[in-house]
Design a binder for this molecule. Structure first.
Ligand code: SIN
Length: 498
C-alpha cells in the first residue's frame, strides 16, 4: 500500500462496491446526514477512519414512529414465507458482498480479515436460519375444558424492536437480533455500536436492496446516551434486545420496565475453562486457542479463567505457550496477521491491569505480558501460570488476550471455583471420563457449555446466559419467540353456528 495514503483510505478505495461505505443514519427509508458527527477510530493505527451522523432524541422518535407505521403494514401484508424470501435475498447479497463487508468490519473492529470473513458468514447464517424459521411459526390447538369450545394460539410480532449491539461482532450481533425480528413480522430501530457502525450501514443497504419494505429497518448511530435511552422508554417500542455489559443491561432493564417492554439481555461472562488430568491435551489446547484468542480475546464467551488439574498443569501450559508463540500481531488486513488490535486504549489498559495485579500477587508470565511498541491498540497474547485465587482476573472479565492458569486438585474444587462468579454465560471443560462428563454437564452453572471443544456458537445453538449474564435466547429454535407474543384464542358456543 502507498504509505502516503492512510491505511483505511487505501482499503476503502479498493472496495468492489464502494457504495457500501456509508456514514449516515437511515431513518424513515432515507439516508440522513447530520451536522453533528462523531469520530470512528481504526484500532490498528489509532487514527480516525471517518465521521458518522450523531443522532439526537428527535431522530430516534422519528425512526420509532416510522418503524411503527411500517410494522403494522408489513404484518398485515406478508406471510411467513414471503418474509423468509426477503431474508433469503438479503443472505445472498451479504454473501456476494462478503469481501467488502469483511474489509469494512476488519478496519473498524481490528479483527483479522480471515476472522472478519468468518464473521460475515456467521452473521449470514442467522439470516438463512430465520428465513426458514419464518414459515414455521406454529401455534397449537389446546383441548378446551369447556363444551363446544375451541382453543388455539397464534404467534404475533412483538412490534417495534429497539436493537442495541456491541462492537466485538459488528455484523453477527446485528443479524442474530434483526433476522428473527423481521422473520416474526417486527420492525427494528438499531443503535449500532459507536466504535463500529460501518458494518451495520453496509448490511442495512443490502437489506433494502433485498426488498425489505421501507421503514422496517432504521439505523440511528449516536454517542449521545440520552438520545438512545429513547429506545428503552418510548412506549411505541415493545421489545429491547441488548448485547453488552451487565451494568448497561441492568440500566436498560430498569428503563424498559417503565412501559413493561419485553427484554432480552446478553451480558458479560467470566467463562471457566477446565482441563482434567485425563483430557486430550492437544484438543484442550486447540479449544483454548480458539475460545481465548478469537477476536483477540474480546468475545463474551471467551475463556476468562483456566483451571487445570495439577497432574497436567505443566504440560498444558507448555503446549499452550508453544501455540501462542506462533501468533502474529498486526493490522487485520495484513495477510500474515493472526491477532489484531484491541478496540481502544482502555481495553489495552484493562489487560495490563489484570496482568500486573496477578503478577504482583505471585503469578508468572509464561509469554507476552505487555503492550508492544506498535501504533494502535495492541496487547501481546499472554499466558500466566500459578495464578492465585485472589487475582482480579478470577472475578472480572478481561475481554482481552490473557490466559491465566489456576491449578486445582479435585472435581469438587473445580466446580466450586468455576461457579464462584455472579456470571453464567459460557463454560468449557475437557475430560475423557464419561461419568465426569455427565456430572460436570449438570454441575456447571452456565447457559452454554462446550465439552471437549472450544466452539459453541452456531445459528442452530441457543445463545444466552443465566445469572447476571442476562436472559433470553438468540438463534436456534428459541430465537424467534423472543420477538413474538402468544395470543390465546377461545372460540365458544360452536353448537350455535355462526
Ligand atoms: C459475543 O461475544 O457476544 C458473541 C460471541 C459469539 O456469538 O460467539
Amino acid at each position: 500500500m502507498d504509505p502516503s495514503i492512510p491505511y483505511h483510505e487505501a482499503a476503502i478505495s479498493k472496495l468492489q462496491n464502494g457504495s457500501l461505505f456509508i456514514q449516515d443514519a437511515f431513518i424513515d427509508g432515507k439516508w440522513v446526514a447530520k451536522e453533528k458527527k462523531f469520530d470512528v477510530y481504526e484500532p490498528s493505527t489509532g487514527t480516525v477512519m471517518g465521521q458518522v451522523a450523531n443522532c439526537d432524541r428527535l431522530d430516534f422518535q422519528t425512526a420509532i414512529q416510522s418503524a411503527s407505521t411500517a410494522q403494522t403494514r408489513f404484518w398485515e401484508s406478508s406471510t411467513g414465507a414471503s418474509r423468509g424470501a426477503i431474508l433469503r435475498r438479503w443472505y445472498e447479497l451479504i454473501l456476494s458482498n462478503s469481501d467488502d463487508i469483511a474489509t469494512i468490519l476488519c478496519l473498524e473492529n481490528g479483527k483479522t480479515f480471515a476472522e472478519a470473513k468468518g464473521e460475515v458468514t456467521y452473521a449470514a447464517s442467522f439470516i438463512s436460519w430465520f428465513a426458514e424459521e419464518a414459515a414455521r411459526s406454529y401455534g397449537v390447538t389446546i383441548p378446551s375444558s369447556s363444551l363446544h369450545t375451541t382453543l388455539w394460539t397464534v404467534r404475533e410480532p412483538a412490534g417495534v424492536c429497539g436493537i442495541i449491539t456491541p462492537w466485538n461482532f459488528p455484523a453477527a450481533m446485528i443479524t442474530r437480533k434483526i433476522a428473527p425480528a423481521l422473520a416474526a413480522g417486527c420492525s427494528v430501530v438499531i443503535k449500532p455500536p459507536s466504535e463500529t457502525p460501518y458494518t451495520c450501514f453496509a448490511l442495512t443497504k443490502l437489506a433494502v436492496e433485498a426488498g425489505l419494505p421501507s421503514g422496517l429497518i432504521q439505523v440511528c448511530p449516536t454517542k449521545d446516551r440520552e438520545a438512545s435511552t429513547e429506545l428503552a422508554t418510548n412506549p411505541t417500542v415493545k421489545k429491547i434486545s441488548f448485547t453488552g455489559s451487565t451494568g448497561v443491561g441492568k440500566m436498560l432493564a430498569k428503563l424498559a420496565s417503565s412501559t413493561l417492554k419485553k427484554v432480552s439481555l446478553e451480558l458479560g461472562g467470566n467463562a471457566p475453562f477446565i482441563v482434567f488430568d485425563d483430557a486430550d491435551l492437544d484438543l484442550a489446547v486447540e479449544g483454548a486457542m480458539f475460545c481465548k484468542f478469537r477476536c483477540s480475546g474480546q468475545t463474551c464467551v471467551c475463556a476468562n479463567r483456566f483451571y487445570v488439574q495439577k497432574g497436567v498443569a505443566k504440560e498444558f501450559t507448555r503446549k499452550l505457550v508453544e501455540k501462542v508463540s506462533a501468533l502474529k500481531l498486526g493490522p487485520g488486513l495484513e495477510v500474515s496477521t493472526t491477532q489484531g488490535p484491541l478496540v481502544n486504549k482502555s481495553a489495552v489498559d484493562k489487560v495490563q491491569e489484570h496482568v500486573s495485579d496477578a503478577v504482583q500477587k505471585g503469578a508468572k508470565v509464561e509469554i507476552g505480558g505487555s503492550a508492544p511498541g506498535l501504533s494502535g491498540f495492541f496487547y501481546e497474547p499472554t499466558v500466566l501460570s500459578g495464578v492465585p485465587r485472589e487475582a482480579a482476573v478470577s472475578k472480572d472479565e478481561t475481554f482481552g488476550p490473557l490466559a491465566p492458569i489456576f491449578e486445582f486438585s479435585t472435581e469438587d474444587e473445580a466446580v466450586e471455583l468455576a461457579n464462584n462468579t455472579e456470571f453464567g454465560l459460557a463454560g468449557y471443560f475437557f475430560s475423557k471420563d464419561v461419568g465426569q462428563v455427565m456430572r460436570m454437564a449438570q454441575r456447571l452453572q452456565v447457559g452454554m457449555l462446550g465439552i471437549n471443544t472450544g466452539k459453541i456458537s452456531a445459528a442452530e445453538a441457543p445463545f444466552g446466559g443465566i445469572k447476571e449474564s442476562g436472559y433470553g435466547k438468540e438463534g436456534s429454535l428459541f430465537g424467534l419467540a423472543e420477538y413474538q407474543n402468544i395470543k390465546a384464542v377461545t372460540l365458544g358456543n360452536t353448537q350455535l353456528g355462526a
